[in-house]
Design a binder for this molecule. Structure first.
Ligand code: C5P
Length: 401
């Protein structure tokens, strides 16, 4: 998404994560945004005004009582001319001063004087983050409409592990894009996406599942959210990060996935990208099955509910657009067209998962979109690009934008 002509005021406070803000400035500028930076005194201990200035292509503002700055651009104007204020990193101290309504340096003055939306990416030590004082400040700021992004769990520069790491620059960039896309083509629409495998318990330690990575489904949820849709992602167990701006419901079994999908209705569009296990053990045993006297246990399977077909036949709650996937190894278009009719969905995205195509678990996908009119073949592209193209097609079909 282009951020061309968007004006972003980036407040850089004093934390080790400040080095990531340099990268953020680059990424914002790459997308065409104007970036102006306010650097706090402690921020300047971690990054130099010169580095920020070189990357933003603009002067960096630090002093509240600077005659030259005030003559060029008053601090009130600085806070009002931006379309969005981003604080990265937002330290415990800066958040506390904001929550208290203080204006004792340029950053807090600008933040108090602004009438523009504020997005903050906190970064601090785990214990500082978990401290009731910080949590109370965050609650105040949230209530005032400050959008908080992160922090992430992880190893911290201080040697501890837990929540406190600033979100990565690309995550912050995605949040900025989302901000400007609200009012995007799918704003006001609701979307439901299923993703990943399901896991069907045999006993407390064993299960049936499959190799689905969830990459395509997660990318679709991210693209729909980036286009402004209020998006729920119902995902089986995957090792992917939650897509930004998406409400994620984690489930294990197909039964749980179906229940979570039904709870998410009504939606305008449902995209079923999950590789739902076709069968589950008839009985999931409460205790671990013991290895016997050389006889393997017989596991009786029963069929799982078909989530796609259920959503497509949901009567008045049926989403306007129901979209499924069909992973086929031969006669891809033919098989997928038959599946579209059988499942009662509007579109099927057929993909070739024959061994050697690299589709399953890979980063790319080769897709044919099948609707009532016929098949449209898309060139091989990244799963993110498929998601983007699908999101545009959905917006068109819903008459959005
Ligand atoms: O029948 P098959 O598994 O090939 O169909 C694939 C499509 O149906 C995918 O969109 C998948 O998410 C959906 N599906 C489902 N529930 C099932 C089986 C498949 O939603 N139990």
């Amino acid at each position: 998404m282009s951020l061309s002509d968007k004006r972003i005021l980036l407040v850089v406070a004093g934390g080790i994560a400040a080095y990531k803000s340099l990268e953020l400035v680059r990424r914002l500028r790459e997308r065409g945004a104007y970036v102006r930076c306010v650097l706090t005194n402690s921020g300047a201990e971690f990054v130099t005004p010169l580095a920020l200035s070189a990357l933003s292509g603009d002067k960096v503002y630090s002093e509240l009582f600077s005659l030259t700055d005030e003559a060029e651009m008053g601090h009130i104007q600085l806070s009002r001319e931006a379309d969005l204020l981003v604080i990265a990193p937002a330290t415990a101290d800066l958040l506390a001063r904001m929550a208290g309504g203080q204006a004792n340096d340029l950053a807090t003055t600008v933040l108090l004087a602004t009438d523009k939306p504020v997005l903050a990416a906190p970064a601090m030590n785990v214990r500082m983050w978990l401290h009731p004082a910080t949590q109370a400040n965050l609650a105040i700021l949230k209530e005032r409409g400050v959008v908080l992004l992160g922090p992430e769990d992880g190893d911290m520069a201080c040697g501890e592990f837990g929540p406190g790491r600033m979100s990565e620059p690309m995550e912050i960039l995605a949040a900025v894009e989302r901000h400007f896309a609200n009012g995007g083509v799918l704003a006001g629409r609701r979307a439901l996406v299923t993703s990943g495998p399901t896991l069907e318990a045999i006993d407390p330690v064993r299960f049936l599942s499959n190799h689905s990575s969830g990459r395509q489904g997660h990318a679709i949820a991210a693209a729909l959210a980036a286009a402004g849709a209020q998006t729920t992602l119902v995902s089986g167990p995957v090792s992917l990060d939650d897509p930004p701006g998406v409400e994620v419901q984690r489930v294990n079994s197909a039964d749980e996935m179906l229940a979570a999908c039904q709870a998410a209705l009504p939606v305008d569009v449902a995209v079923c990208a999950a590789a739902v296990a076709d069968w589950r053990p008839r009985h999931s045993l409460a205790g671990k099955i013991k290895k016997g006297d050389g006889h393997a246990p017989a596991i009786k399977l029963v069929e799982n509910p078909d989530i796609l077909a259920t959503l497509a036949a949901a009567g008045p709650a049926r989403p306007t657009l129901v979209i499924g996937f069909a992973a086929e190894t031969e006669n891809v278009i033919e098989q997928a067209s038959a599946k579209r009719l059988k499942k009662g969905c509007d579109w099927i995205l057929a993909n070739d998962v024959a061994p050697g195509t690299g589709t399953f678990g890979g980063a790319e996908n080769l897709v044919h979109v099948i609707d009532a009119q016929g098949a449209e073949s898309w060139p091989r592209m990244s799963k993110a690009a498929v998601a983007q193209k699908l999101s545009s097609r959905i917006a068109e079909a819903l008459g959005a934008g």
